[in-house]
Structures are given as structure tokens and as C-alpha cells.
Design a protein around this ligand. Sequence first.
Ligand code: SF4
Length: 479
Amino acid sequence: MSETAQQSPHHIDVKEFHPRAQAAIHNPKIRQNFRKAMDGLMTKRKSAFEGWDLETLRDLGANIRLRALANLPDLLEQLEQKLTENGIKVHWAVDSDDACQIVRDICVARDAKSVIKGKSMVSEEMELNHYLEEQGITALESDLGEYIVQLAGETPSHIIMPAIHKNTGEISELMHEKTGTDLSHDVEYLTTAARLQLREKFMNADVGVSGVNFAVAETGTLCLVENEGNGRMTTTVPPCHIAVTGIEKVVPNLEDVTALMALLTRSATGQHITTYFNMISGPRKPDEMDGPEEVHLVLVDNGRSSIYQDNELLDTLRCIRCGACMNHCPVYTRVGGHTYGTTYPGPIGKILMPHLIGLDEGRHLPTASSLCGACGEVCPVKIPIPDLLVRLRQESVDGDKLHPAKVNGHGAKRGAMEAMVWKGWSWMHARPGAYRFGTNMAARFRKLQPGKIGGWTQFRTAPKLASKTLHERMKERGQ
Ligand code: SF4
């Protein structure tokens, strides 16, 4: 399995966003691959919602998520109780390391040596493949896109379509090099070749690991949305199934899933419904022929409960991971997912990752946006993404000790000089004499004003100081 070992995102320096963005902008292949894919997804989304009262549906989706979040602690308790009644073992993980260890312990208890995985962004967040490889347990991705990026030793560049940065020719070359398939542009041939290789792995895997789209508290049901059937295989063929998900994925009732599904599939891939919709409600019963002997759910916090403490930032947790904000983002569609260097790229990554990695490391994420608002307009659960970006920008420069820190790395972008200038500015504004003296001096010595003011003047012309103060102008007018 070493040829498929995944590169850990830890090798990527998130702070190096700007040089990576520059390189991506000048890479025509990346721009072409993303442009083509994103244009297709935007068109499909638009036509999938034709004839629907989209705003009412988005309101419904937003309200379902808000109601779930308002009752999150109670719902999680209810979910644990119902899952336990259904025979599913529930584990709570404080962070990624904790979650990885829980998965490892389950594998070790079963003497498991091989894991097959369905698509799960939370497992990407945990860097689970990397961790398991270090523990001597092979982990193979079975989602076609994830399988391709794993073969390439890369990480996903999109949360729904992990290998969207590659075109058919690149995928063909990769599969030829790594698995010996013929070079071909025939998508059917490549898909069949991957399916045949994976089928054997499914049969021999000791454990299946999957994500969860919605966890229903009322019934203790884990819902999984997918198109390839690999999710169904992962959760039913190996003797043990471990589902991993964030604590925010809980919804109160089964009927909530109907509206969220309608929004999720249309927003993500422009489909009215996905090919497979799995509802997992426990391990195999004595009179059943299929299914795993054991089912586990790992509920991962990893910074989510701290987001939950803040009434504004809390909106981040509404996300149903459809990827529509990325498909419509003018920055993401030009620089691609790997430029961000984070598990979740694009607009959702810009508002979620600072909580997971801190603003000191992720300081460039909230500013990698033109604030055009497209992400907020298409979000199916109406997350006010631009407002949250502005809030995180404030957090990143607000190092005032009087303001309680809400996000790790609070004030990471606050420059000493800028802080001093604003401190002096506020001191002067509170003292009329000092203000008058200061503005007088600025007008008199305006020729000494520097033409460049750091990053502010990289793309802008510096504003010129006026030759007369406001007081002088008013005096001239006799006012
Ligand atoms: S923020 Fe909204 S649009 Fe973006 S992935 Fe989440 S639900 Fe989808």
C-alpha cells in the first residue's frame, strides 16, 4: 500500500497561500480544469432548481439547521441514546488525534489490518489514512475521486469532487503508471478498471470507514448520500463499520432529511437525488443476511464546540457540505482547491478552517475573498459567509487585550506599526486640542507623506493629505 500512502496536509504550509495562488493563476491547466468543471456544476445546479421556489426551500433548510443547532446538546444526547438502543456504539472525540486513536483502537481490538473507506471529509480533517498507515493498517479510498487523489499522493481539491483538478488524460496516465491500466480517454474503461481493482479490496477489508451526511436523533439513523455504491459496500461488506462525523451533523427528525436532501443534491451536483441513499440503523440482526457485525459512530468535536459558543460564528456549523459556495467563488474557481493548503478549501474553508487550525496559521484565509457575496447567495442553508469573513478579518487584526479572544490566533494579523497608528489616532480623536494640532501639522508637512504604505498601496494609490484642515476650510466659508 505504500504506493498509495496519502500526503499529509501537514506538509503544506497554509501561510504560503499567496505564492501558491500566484502559481495557480499562471497555470493554464489548473484554470482550464476548474473553469470547465465549475461552469458545468453551476449550470446543472441552476437547472435542477428550475420550477422550485428556491428561496422558500433555502429558508426551510436554514431553519432546520438553526433548530438543530439551537438544541444541539440535547439532540446529541438523544442521538447517542437511540444509536445505543439500535446496537451502534458511540464514541466521542475531542479532536482529530483522539478520533484517530478511537478508530485505531477499534481496528486493533479486531486485529484488523486493512480498512476500506467511503468518502468522508471529517476523516480527511483527521488525516486518518496517514495515521493508520503509520500504525501499520492500510487504508484505501473507494470513492473514485478519492481513489485517484490517493493514487497521486495528493489531497482532495474539492469537498464533493476530490479529483476535479485533473482531466481525463491526467487520470489515465496516473492509473497507467500506478495500476497498469491501458492509456485511454474512455471514461467507462477507466471507471470499470478502478471498480474491478476496488471490488477485490472490498471483499478482503477488515473494517469499512465512512462519513455521515445526517445523523437523525429521533430514530438513531445515520444517513449517507453517494453516487457510486462504494458507500453501500463500505458500510455493508466488511464485518465492522466505523462512521465518523462532526458533532454538528445531527438533525432532529427523519422528515428534516427530506428538505436537506433536496437542497444538498441539487446544490452539489445538480441531481434531483443521488444514485444511492443509505440509512444505517444498526449492525446485522440475527435474521439478516447482509451487514456488518459491529457498527461504531465517532462524533468528532475538533473545535466545533468552541464555534458553538459564539452566536455569530455558530452559523458556520449549519453547513451541509454541498460545495456550491466553492463552485461559485471567483477566487476558488481561478486558484483551485490545493492553493488553500487546507482540508476544506473555498468559502466554507475560509470560515471553518480558522477555527480548526487557528488564525495565526490560517490568517490569509478570510482575506482570500473579494466579498462579492456569490457564496452567500447560493448557500442552500443561507450561511452569511461574507459577514463571517468580515468577522474573522476583524478577529485576525483585533489584538486588543480588552476584547476576549473568540478564535485561536486572535490578532495574528495585527502589525505593531498599524496598531500604534490606530492607538495614536483614537487618542487624538478624544482630545480636541491634540486633534487640531495633529491635523495642522499633517497639512503643513504633507509633502513628507510616504508614497507607499505597506500592503495598502500594493494595488492602490495612497490617499493624499489635504493642504488645508477642515477647520481652516470652514473658517474660509465663514462657518
Ligand atoms: S457553506 Fe453553504 S454552500 Fe458552502 S458547502 Fe456549506 S452548505 Fe454548501
